[in-house]
Design a protein around this ligand. Structure first.
Ligand SMILES: Cc1cc2nc3c(=O)[nH]c(=O)nc-3n(C[C@H](O)[C@H](O)[C@H](O)COP(=O)(O)OP(=O)(O)OC[C@H]3O[C@@H](n4cnc5c(N)ncnc54)[C@H](O)[C@@H]3O)c2cc1C
Length: 456
């Protein structure tokens, strides 16, 4: 066996300095040579090392080879061997919702739970072009920032004795922040996934998102012109549009719409087939699952077999809860529009600190500006969402298989999980457990894993 580490994502800055000093030829900094060498593996008898050396020494030829293999022959998977890291700053939380829809990518985002947020917001160009609206929006942001600070101080005052009072206060005060608040993200993504992301975002209804797509494309093209090419916008007829007011505040937090018929029987039948047994009874299935989990640790991955059982949920979440939910990349997450009819989520600490009416008044102000925008530009309903707060809600269809649900439960039923997504996870796991009590028996948070297992 020969395993050689030939590349890793190190920062470009020192390499650029070496190029400036003339120590390295700049063209060699492209990850295209690795993609080109790997592309040739399938049809060459030469060693990979030789293919890489040839590609590295003649990047122009490597680019031609990529273009032929990726674009003419359609082997787009070659582009997955080139990986980018991007710093992204000054982008609204609303735009980040669109960026982070790409499943095959990694994100780390500044948390509004751990960091006190200043008056950093994005004023959408669409609003700047309507006379007087920029001023209206700026006033709204100022008043929401004030409410945010008021909530923070009031919650800190009311939970002063609690451990991590500041964190608790930031966690809930943020419900008053608008979706135009800017964030920062570290993004890691391969060239193929980047191309898909750029195409999807280029078709967005928000000019901020379209602009972000172009910036990502420009930066990627500097080093990989041969791997990112089809970046024209794709139409978005299957996307939800902006903001509506059609829902009712009576909508349940979670409904289970459907699940795999006879899911446990399907697991048992497949297991019997895989292991060459005549049959696996429900009791044996239960026993096997317990035998897998009980001696294990909370970090144990659920077996792939569990992917055979699916659940589709209809959930009602605030924008801040959605921001967390959307990070579960393996799930199918279809977000509906923000819906003023659903009302806003009120964090219990806000009510206990006696500032619920200030919070609700701020949310009403935000809705007023959003409705004004819809009056000016009904064809640009998506833009109205910039005015809304983290407390505004939407409905989301979530499809997860049992394996994903296990992972979700470990993180989101855990004591460190934020309270709203924890309630969501409790409801989702409770409904799933009612359907398939044996297969779902070990859905629990990381912190309770030991107790959970010893109770069985
Ligand atoms: C308490 C808490 C605090 C958090 N704080 C922050 C924060 O401050 N900032 C922030 O940005 N995020 C934060 N997160 C979100 C967190 O980083 C994850 O993005 C989120 O929980 C989704 O889970 P996941 O990444 O494990 O996997 P999912 O996307 O749910 O995927 C499921 C599993 O698939 C595998 N997988 C998926 N994609 C990849 C991949 N590209 N490479 C390798 N394996 C993969 C992994 O095994 C993963 O566990 C927080 C989460 C929690 C629970």
């Amino acid at each position: 066996v020969k395993v050689v580490l030939i590349a890793t994502n190190i920062e470009l800055q020192p390499l650029r300095e070496a190029v400036a000093r003339g120590t390295i030829d700049g063209v060699q900094l492209s990850p295209e040579s690795i993609a080109a060498a790997y592309a040739r593996i399938s049809r060459s008898s030469h060693s990979v090392e030789r293919l890489r050396r040839e590609a590295r020494l003649d990047v122009v030829k490597a680019r031609q080879s990529n273009e032929r293999i990726v674009f003419e022959m359609g082997h787009s998977s070659i582009a997955e061997h080139a990986v980018f890291n991007f710093d992204i700053e000054g982008v609204s939380r609303l735009a980040l919702e669109e960026l982070e829809r790409s499943r095959l990518a990694s994100y780390t985002e500044r948390s509004q739970r751990y960091v006190m947020i200043g008056r950093d917001f994005f004023l959408p160009p669409e609003m700047q072009s309507v006379p007087g609206f920029a001023g209206r929006m700026t006033k709204l942001v100022d008043s929401l920032s004030e409410t945010y600070r008021l909530l923070y101080q009031s919650i800190v005052g009311s939970v002063a004795a609690a451990r991590k009072a500041g964190e608790m206060a930031r966690e809930d005060a943020r419900y008053a922040l608008p979706l135009c608040t800017t964030g920062q993200v570290g993004l890691t993504i391969n060239a193929r996934s980047l191309e898909d992301t750029v195409r999807r975002m280029a078709g967005s209804r928000l000019s901020e998102v379209r602009n972000l797509a172009r910036r990502l494309e420009e930066e990627a093209l500097k080093v990989t012109p041969s791997l990112v090419r089809y970046t024209e916008a794709v139409p978005a007829p299957f996307e939800a549009d902006g903001v509506t007011a059609s829902g009712s505040s009576e909508v349940l937090r979670v409904r289970l719409l459907d699940s795999t018929p006879d899911g446990e029987a399907k697991l048992a039948e497949t297991l019997a087939w895989m292991t060459g047994r005549a049959a696996v009874s429900p009791e044996e299935l239960e026993h096997l699952i317990a035998g897998y989990y009980v001696p294990g640790s909370p970090h144990l991955r659920a077996p792939r077999l569990f992917e055979l059982v699916d659940f589709t949920f209809d959930v009602r979440v605030s924008a801040t809860c959605f921001a967390q939910l959307k990070r579960h990349r393996m799930a199918t997450i279809l977000a509906g529009p923000y819906d003023l009819g659903l009302g806003v989520m009120v964090p219990p600490t806000v009510a206990r600190a006696g500032v619920e009416s200030d919070y609700l008044a701020a949310c009403r102000d935000a809705e007023g500006v959003a409705r004004e925008w819809l009056g000016y530009a009904p064809d640009q309903a998506a833009v109205a969402a910039y005015c809304l707060t983290n407390g505004h809600q939407r409905r989301v269809r979530v499809k997860m298989n049992l394996r994903e649900l296990y992972h979700f439960s470990r993180l989101r039923l855990d004591q460190h999980a934020q309270w709203e997504i924890r309630l969501l996870a409790q409801d989702m796991c409770g409904l799933a457990r009612r359907e398939f009590p044996r297969a779902c028996a070990f859905l629990c948070g990381k912190h309770e894993y030991g107790d959970w297992c010893s109770g069985r």
